[in-house]
Design a protein around this ligand. Structure first.
Ligand code: IPM
Ligand code: MN
Length: 355
């Protein structure tokens, strides 16, 4: 298969994990005889510094001209503590989501055999947890009308029926292919926007009789995620709730560095880790590249390359089994392997399919 990939390494640890992701894709191309072409674009603080825009027109064009985007991370502490900053790296990510119409963000949460003890939760609670959070990504407070002055500020949490319907459709479809259990997470006891979500979901539920649909308030869901994560199969929720719940859910896996995501919608799909740019670790060769590598697996699977995706997942499982991991997953937070070494091991494994 011929695929053109737009690579956006971004900031912080982004370039390091991006290199590993690209090398893994090259290894897959070599082993399975595909033709993957990579073209690089600027995003985030790196783009602000170079051209003054966190998501330049040229990057948008590159994304639109590509089959998929392999994104890494954006964010820079220089902007975090400056509420007056006019442009922020994160605006680049939000602009990309909006301009590519990426309304559905799929975040699978799983535990990895051999890493159960990495979670701060008890092993008997997290073992076998396996669910997907479908986060709405182009609406809600992130994009609603805003106002900001020294005395007053607000963000508007607005959703329209078509926006709710299209994300629910993705979630129902996913649930019907999995264990057929969908949990709609909202705050319908307080928020008008949530009440519309619930109303639309209750209408659509009838079209999916084979899916068991239940409804949970977001505060309750945040507790249930920790108490009984195996309860969940597919969660669907609005942008802000999905942002918060998926960071929380990452502690089930044991490391933020393990969770990939795909964002799909009207234009080119984007594949990216759920973690941020971890600026403190930039250049130290300690960042876990697995979330990026698993994002590559999701990319391959998106294009129907199931065997290729499995090869990548098998390589990840093997590296964990053989303890070829970065310090976050090592014993006592230590490891002899860095980002690059883990990447080399994974590509060698994929090329030879046995180590
Ligand atoms: C995420 C991130 C982003 C978000 C930030 C970097 C804007 O936290 O992808 O979850 O809030 O959506
Ligand atoms: Mn987040």
């Amino acid at each position: 298969m011929k695929l053109k990939i737009a690579v956006l390494p971004g900031d912080g640890i982004g370039p390091e994990i991006s290199r590993v992701g690209v090398n893994v894709m090259k290894a897959v191309a070599e082993r399975f005889g595909h033709d993957f072409e990579f073209e690089y674009g600027l995003a985030g603080a790196a783009a602000i510094r170079t051209v003054g825009d966190p998501f330049p027109e040229e990057t948008l064009r590159l994304c639109k001209d590509s089959d998929a985007v392999l994104f890494s991370a954006v964010g820079d502490p220089a902007y975090d503590n400056n509420p007056d900053a006019k442009v922020r790296p994160e605006q680049g990510l939000l602009a990309m989501r909006k301009q590519l119409g990426l309304f559905a963000n799929i975040r699978p949460i799983q535990t990895f055999p051999g890493l159960e003890d990495k979670s701060p939760l008890k092993e008997e609670i997290v073992k076998g947890a396996d669910f997907v959070c479908v986060r709405e990504l182009t609406g809600g407070m992130y994009f609603g009308e805003k106002f900001e002055s020294d005395d007053k500020a607000y963000d508007t949490n607005m959703y329209t029926r078509p926006e709710i319907e299209r994300i629910l459709r993705v979630a129902f479809q996913l649930a019907s292919r999995r264990r057929r259990h969908l949990t709609v997470v909202d705050k319908a006891n307080v928020l008008a926007s949530s009440r519309l979500w619930r109303k639309v979901a209750q209408e659509m539920e009838k079209e999916w009789p084979d899916v068991t649909t239940d409804y949970m308030f977001v505060d309750n869901a945040s507790m249930k995620l920790i108490q009984d994560p195996r309860f969940f199969d597919v969660i669907v929720t609005e942008n802000t709730f999905g942002d918060i719940l998926t960071d929380e859910a990452s502690v089930i896996s044991g490391s933020m560095g393990l969770l990939p995501s795909s964002s799909i919608g009207e234009s080119t799909p984007v594949f990216e880790p759920i973690h941020g740019s971890w600026p403190q670790a930039a250049g130290l060769d300690i960042a876990n590249p697995l979330a990026q590598v698993l994002s590559v697996a999701m990319l391959l699977e998106h294009f129907g390359l199931a065997e290729e995706g499995k090869a990548v997942r098998d390589a990840v499982d093997a590296s964990i089994r053989q303890k070829v991991v970065t310090p976050d997953l090592g014993k006592g937070g230590k490891s002899d392997y860095g980002t690059e070494a883990v990447g080399r091991w994974l590509t060698a494994w994929i090329c030879s399919a046995a180590v």
